[in-house]
Design a protein around this ligand. Structure first.
Ligand code: B12
Ligand code: SF4
Ligand code: SF4
Length: 338
C-alpha cells in the first residue's frame, strides 16, 4: 500500500471478519522484528534435529517484512481443536481432518472478506509451514503465553489451539500489550512428565528427544534409548499437555475437528495396517505425513514399549516386512517381549 494512502483498519471489524471465517481467537501485534537470539541459540544447540528448513530463511522467520514488504501488523489467529478425552495412540491435533486444510480454508475466507472490505491492503497468510514464528506472534498479539511445556496456552482453551497468522501492510487501531500473564508459577508437571526429558529447560524442546518429532518428522529409526517411552504413542505426543493443570477444563471444538476412524485404532491395529487400509484411512489426515512405513514403525515401537505379549505373532510377521524400518522396529519390539 502506498504511504500516501496509509490506512488504519478497525481492529474490531477485522475481529468480526475473522470470527465469521471460523477463528476462535484473534489478536493484533505490531510487525516488529523478533530478536535473533532465542531461535539462533536453539538451532546452534542442534535442538532442531534434522529440520534444516527451520534454519533456512532465518531472516524472514525473524522479520515478517521480508515476507510482505511494508508489513505493519500481524494478525494472530487460533482455533480450538479439543474434541474428547477418548484414549488414542494418535495425538489430539492429528485425529481428524488435517488442520492445515481447515485453517487454510478459514484463512482464505478471511482474506477474501478483507480484500472485498479493504481493497488495496496487501496480506500474507501462514499456517504452520511458512517461515513464521507463530507462537511468538500469538504471544505478542495477546492470545496467551508460552508455557514451560513450550506450548502456547490460552486462557480460553488451554493449549488445545492451533495457530495461523495473517500479515498486513496496514496498521490497525488497537494492538495488544503483549502476552497474557504467565501463570505456570512453580508448577513443573510437564517437565517431570515428559517421558524422554525433551523439555531441556523451561520453554525449550530438544526435538531430537521429543516423541512428536520422532513419530512425525524423523524418517529413520528412533534412537534405541527413546523407544521404551513409546507407551501408547504412535503419532505425535500429548503428554506435556495432558498433565497441564491449565488444560483441565477444555472446550468442545466444532465438527471440523471430529476424529476420523483411524484415530480409533489401537497400536496393534496400526502396526497391522495393510497398504489398502492405510490408503483408505489416512489421506486428508496429518497421519499421511509419517507414511505407511513410518506409522507402522511407530506402532511396533509402542508394542515393544508396552511389552504387549498379544502382539507377538504380529511382530514375528513384521520382522519379515519388506521395509527395513518396520522390520528393525519389530525386531526391537520382540526383544522387549523377552
Ligand atoms: C518446529 C515445530 C515443532 C518441533 C519443535 C517444537 C518446538 N517447541 O519448537 C516439534 C516437531 C518437536 C514440534 C512438536 C509439537 N508441535 Co510443533 N511446531 C513447530 C513449528 C513448525 C515451528 C516452531 C519453532 O519455530 N520452534 C523454534 C523455537 C525456538 O521457537 P518457539 O517454539 O516459538 O519458542 C520460543 C518462542 O516462543 C519464545 N517466546 C516465548 N514467548 C515469547 C513472547 C515474545 C513476545 C517473544 C518475542 C518470544 C517468545 O521462547 C521460546 C523459546 O524458549 C510450529 C509452527 C510455526 N510456524 O511456528 C509448530 C507448532 C509450534 N507446533 C504445534 C503443535 C500442536 C505441536 C505438538 C503439540 C504436536 C503433538 N501433539 O505432537 C508438539 C508439541 C511439542 C512441544 N512441547 O513443544 C503448534 C502449537 C500449538 C500450541 N498451542 O502451542 C504449532 C504452532 C503449529 C500450528 N500452526 O498450530 N513442533
Ligand atoms: S511432546 Fe511428548 S516428548 Fe515432546 S516435549 Fe512434550 S511430553 Fe516430551
Ligand atoms: S504443566 Fe505446569 S509448568 Fe507445564 S505448562 Fe502447564 S502449568 Fe506450566
Amino acid at each position: 500500500m502506498a504511504a500516501e494512502e496509509a490506512l488504519t483498519l478497525p481492529a474490531e471489524e477485522l475481529t468480526q471478519l475473522a470470527r465469521s471465517a471460523g477463528f476462535d481467537l484473534i489478536g493484533f501485534a505490531r510487525a516488529e522484528p523478533i530478536p535473533r537470539q532465542v531461535l539462533a541459540e536453539w538451532i546452534e544447540a542442534g535442538h532442531h534435529a534434522d529440520m534444516d528448513w527451520l534454519a533456512q530463511r532465518l531472516d524472514a522467520r525473524l522479520d515478517v517484512a521480508q515476507l510482505l514488504p511494508g508489513a505493519k501488523t500481524v494478525v494472530a489467529l487460533a482455533c480450538n481443536y479439543w474434541r474428547s478425552d477418548d484414549a488414542s495412540p494418535v495425538a489430539r491435533y492429528a485425529r481428524g481432518r488435517d488442520y492445515h486444510l481447515t485453517l487454510r480454508d478459514r484463512l482464505r475466507a478471511l482474506r477474501r472478506a478483507l480484500r472485498s472490505r479493504f481493497p488495496g491492503v496487501a496480506d500474507y497468510g501462514s499456517v504452520d509451514t511458512n517461515p513464521v514464528m507463530e507462537k511468538v506472534w500469538a504471544a505478542r498479539a495477546g492470545l496467551g503465553f508460552v508455557g514451560k511445556n513450550a506450548c502456547f496456552i490460552t486462557p480460553e482453551f488451554g493449549s488445545w489451539v492451533l495457530l495461523a497468522t495473517l500479515i498486513l501492510d496496514a496498521q490497525v487501531d488497537r494492538y495488544a500489550e503483549g502476552p497474557t500473564t504467565d501463570v505456570c508459577g512453580r508448577c513443573q508437571l510437564c517437565l517431570t512428565a515428559c517421558p524422554t526429558g525433551a523439555l531441556v529447560a523451561e520453554r525449550v524442546v530438544d526435538a531430537r528427544r521429543c516423541l512428536s518429532y520422532q513419530t512425525i518428522e524423523n524418517e529413520g529409526p528412533a534412537p534405541a534409548a527413546l523407544r521404551p517411552a513409546y507407551q501408547q504413542i504412535a503419532f505425535g505426543c500429548d503428554v506435556c499437555q495432558d498433565v497441564c493443570p491449565l488444560n483441565v477444563t477444555p472446550v468442545l471444538a466444532g465438527e471440523r475437528f471430529s476424529p476420523r476412524p483411524v484415530a480409533g485404532l489401537s497400536v496393534q491395529q496400526l502396526a497391522a495396517l495393510t497398504p489398502d487400509a492405510y490408503a483408505q484411512l489416512t489421506p486428508g489426515t496429518p497421519l499421511a505425513r509419517a507414511g505407511y512405513d513410518g506409522l507402522r514403525r511407530n506402532a511396533a515401537y509402542a508394542l515393544g514399549a508396552s511389552k504387549d505379549q498379544a502382539a507377538r505373532s504380529l511382530l514375528e510377521r513384521l520382522v519379515g516386512d519388506p521395509s527395513p524400518l518396520v522390520a528393525d522396529a519389530a525386531r526391537w519390539a520382540l526383544e522387549q517381549l523377552g
